[in-house]
Design a protein around this ligand. Structure first.
Ligand code: ADP
Ligand code: 5GP
Length: 191
């Protein structure tokens, strides 16, 4: 009998600087059929980030308006800014039978899992805390205060990671991408 393909929601989380963006970029190059949800945020764009591409950059008031109008599947406050996933895009992708990927932090991930138990939670871990800090600093995108706020979240995040369906250590980039690819293929019921 032909295997049934399960279209699902995949959530990728990991501490700031662990390599989520880098891993996803490579995964999406290999799998353009995966739909990446673009989140809303109240944080300011980094150099090179574009509205509607990396995020929808909203003011606090605009974000609050979306919360009040129940437009978010989930939202959370992280290191002084708010981040939220719009319901509409996710519903549309799943209705169209497409796999959707959310790159969100742990509080939001657990909220989604409560509403959609079939969502697959994948946590990307660093090879070591030292490597994580070096990557975060080496990116040169945050000031010292922001770096400290993000590092303060790490131990909590690693604790929540135990509740995830999968944990993947991002040491060698190509291997990490392959590992996540294998998880998705397995969850799709293709092997
Ligand atoms: P995140 O999206 O999780 O905050 P990034 O994707 O921005 O993290 O990666 C942070 C930094 O770490 C970037 O400079 C990126 O090039 C680097 N990086 C990501 N993955 C690896 C890896 N496997 N090995 C070495 N450096 C990596
Ligand atoms: P950054 O500011 O580095 O882009 O993102 C900070 C954190 O917010 C990361 O852990 C990222 O995964 C998370 N994030 C991005 N979008 C969302 C979202 O829509 N919801 C939640 N809960 N977290 C998000």
């Amino acid at each position: 009998m032909e295997k049934q393909q399960n279209k699902k929601l995949y959530i990728i989380s990991g501490s700031s600087g662990v390599g989520k963006g880098t891993v996803l970029k490579s995964l999406l190059e290999r799998h353009p059929e995966f739909m990446l949800s673009i989140s809303c945020t109240t944080r300011s764009p980094r150099e090179g980030e574009k509205d509607g591409v990396n995020y929808f950059f909203l003011s606090r008031e605009e974000f609050e308006d979306c919360v009040n109008k129940d437009k978010f599947l989930e939202w959370a406050e992280f290191a002084g800014n708010r981040y939220g996933t719009k319901k509409k895009y996710i519903q549309q992708c799943l209705t169209e039978g497409k796999d959707v990927i959310l790159e969100i932090e742990t509080q939001g991930a657990l909220k989604v899992k409560q509403q959609m138990p079939e969502a697959v939670l994948i946590f990307i871990e660093p090879p070591s805390l030292e490597t994580l800090e070096n990557r975060l600093r080496g990116r040169h995108t945050e000031d010292e205060t922001t770096i400290q706020k993000r590092l303060m979240e790490v131990s909590k995040e690693l604790e929540v990671a135990k509740q995830y369906d999968y944990q993947v250590i991002n040491d060698d980039l190509a291997k990490t991408v392959e590992e996540i690819e294998k998880i998705i293929i397995k969850e799709q019921g293709l092997c």
